[in-house]
Design a protein around this ligand. Sequence first.
Ligand code: MN
Length: 250
Amino acid sequence: MNEKDRIINDLVIANRILANENVVDAYGHISIRNPENPNTFFLARSLAPELVTADDIVELDLDGNPVNEESRSLYLERFIHAAILKARPEVLSTVHAHAEDILPYGIANGTPLRPVIHSGSFIGSNVPVWDIADKFGDTNLLVSNMDQADDLAKTLADNNVALMRGHGFASAAKSLIEAVRMAVYLPRNARALSAALQLGGDVKSLSQGEIDARNRGYKPYSPETWRAWEYWATKCGCNHMLVKGDDDSK
Ligand code: MN
């Protein structure tokens, strides 16, 4: 299997994992930069992630336009991926989803989403909130052009996750496995934080040192990381599709 086919195979697995882990439903998507051309990326056509196969993957440029002629419908919000991958050359994979547990933190002023459990460390210490109304007024809340997506990417800046007010989140990661892992643990961290806030009193977040310690020396194909990928892929019926890469080809 060549590198491009392997990336597309892994992107299909990632779609199925995010559906099975309830990060996405009919909506939400994950992308991966083309390893052979940093100016394009792969994303499914407009389809529920649960149903995505390799034939559904489309190559897009960093303005969100399909590289090859494409008659099938594309995700309206594909610009989110284009803008983040354009603004962040080190980022290889991005996710946009509407996971319910994170939504309160995009609408409750003054209660930031922050990492409070060890697996939440991947979201980073700062999770900015982007409000589409700040610059674009009354819209249907969907990021449907590059202007809006560029503005979202600007708010994301060099953070791993940005919340989108009344909508969902956008995240950026240095590998596909990291993007999936963060998308799976982001709602779990939000649930733990919400439960702790309901108990009342002060909530202790992870320290910057703890966040740094968790993220130091990360390798996508280390035994610890592969264990999670293998587990999630098997749970969603994709164990027959598993192909182990090496750490030079994330
Ligand atoms: Mn959306």
